[in-house]
Design a protein around this ligand. Structure first.
Ligand code: PHB
Length: 391
């Protein structure tokens, strides 16, 4: 951990410890978040936690007269750990809210959340079905489907005809390629093959080589946050950046956390994503500056799930006068709208899923670093897999 980040983390921890002790127990609202802080998915946990902590730092630790205590538990990316930790948070810590992280843990926690009736904000998972696993789940992250259909349509409109998909062998990867295929094939394109890369310690080189051998004009890739840097390096090592094959994907493959280290490799790559640190709103400029001060690095698409997740909890506490009944809380969350650093967002009252803009972005060098520069906006996009189910 860089010393600046460590210092900031200690400061936040120290402040909440002192304040929480001073407040009577009934006045404390505990929020337990289960995320990977160690293991291969640690970059995901680090960024979502930083987003949540920044929100608390900026908006104060008291809401509707009650003290907020954020409790972060490390599942190391293992769903059984996540389930046990959620159980402890419910039974021992008596949390009022939970935060769910990556898809496997969010799935594993869902029956406990339903049984104990705890309003839970899904801050990371990008899999459509997760919000259907509990009526107490409300999402502030994204779905892969939201982005993958839009980039497939864009590719078809821009001349792509033959694609190969490389996706992580993981539920979000399966959803990304499923929605990409639906749109690409409907648009008259052909998907030559779908290659699945193991989630842990990925080596993309053999998959990139196989994809190249199939001679596509387009390569659709999904990797989770934390792997975009390795992907970019191996893409360049294989000479694919100079091959004429168009690399496209959801925003995860040009994660702002990794972009500064990718040099010129990804310049010109077009993705459909829900957040870019280059989003040109004043709210986002303030967010990126505050995030860099707090952590020493660039805000990314994972961080806004934590930041907006805390916003949702703060707003609902203000709206319900801090009475914490999960049914009332979830009802109050439905239809909430606000301006996030990523742009306008809302909670779909029917599905409890996030509705947000999806931007088409091209990687460009600004002030000597690569950034995802938005050039087209699809407004108020819902999760397409849930929409397809009601049609
Ligand atoms: C997920 O847990 O569904 C997930 C995590 C990281 C990503 C995308 C999806 O980048």
């Amino acid at each position: 951990m860089c010393p600046r980040y460590f210092l900031a983390a200690c400061l936040v921890a120290a402040i909440s410890w002192v304040d929480v002790r001073a407040a009577p127990a009934q006045d404390v609202v505990k929020i337990g978040v289960v995320i990977p802080m160690t293991g291969g998915l640690a970059p995901v946990g680090r960024e979502v936690a930083s987003g949540a902590k920044l929100y608390i730092q900026q908006h104060g630790e008291t809401v509707a007269g009650r003290k907020i205590e954020l409790i972060i538990r490390d599942d190391a990316g293992v769903p059984d750990n996540g389930k046990r930790l959620a159980q402890e948070l419910i039974v021992k810590d008596k949390v009022s809210f939970l935060g769910a992280g990556t898809t496997p843990t969010a799935m594993a926690m869902a029956p406990l959340v339903t049984e104990a009736k705890v309003a839970t904000v899904v801050m990371v998972s990008g899999t459509s079905v997760v919000t259907e696993r509990s009526p107490y789940y409300v999402r502030t992250s994204f779905t892969l489907g939201q982005q993958s259909g839009i980039i497939a349509d864009w590719a078809i409109q821009n001349g792509s005809k033959k694609a190969v998909c490389i996706v992580t062998d993981w539920t979000p990867g399966a959803e990304a390629s499923k929605v990409f295929d639906q749109h690409f094939i409907k648009g008259g394109g052909q998907v030559l093959d779908t290659l699945k890369v193991p989630l842990a310690n990925p080596d993309f080189a053999p998959f990139l080589q196989r994809a190249r051998d199939l001679q596509p004009d387009t390569l659709f890739v999904f990797v989770p946050a934390g792997q975009a840097g390795t992907l970019a390096r191996q893409f360049a090592e294989r000479g694919l950046d100079k091959s004429g094959i168009k690399l496209i994907g959801p925003g995860d493959i040009v994660d702002d956390d990794d972009l500064p280290g990718t040099g010129d490799t990804l310049l010109g790559v077009v993705t459909a994503g829900i957040y870019s640190a280059a989003h040109p709103s004043s709210i986002n400029k303030d967010y990126v500056a505050a995030y860099a001060r707090a952590t020493g690095h660039r805000a990314n698409f994972i961080s806004v799930g934590g930041y907006d997740g805390m916003h949702l909890i703060y707003s609902v506490l203000e709206k319900t006068g801090s009475k914490i009944d999960a049914d009332a809380v979830v009802t109050a969350m439905k239809g909430m709208k606000w301006e996030s650093p990523r742009g306008p967002i809302s909670i779909d009252p029917r599905t409890r899923d996030i509705v947000q803009n999806v931007y088409i972005r091209k990687i460009e060098k600004l002030d000597s670093e690569p950034w995802a520069v938005e050039f087209a906006t699809f407004e108020a996009v819902k999760d397409p897999l849930k929409e397809a189910a009601v049609q």
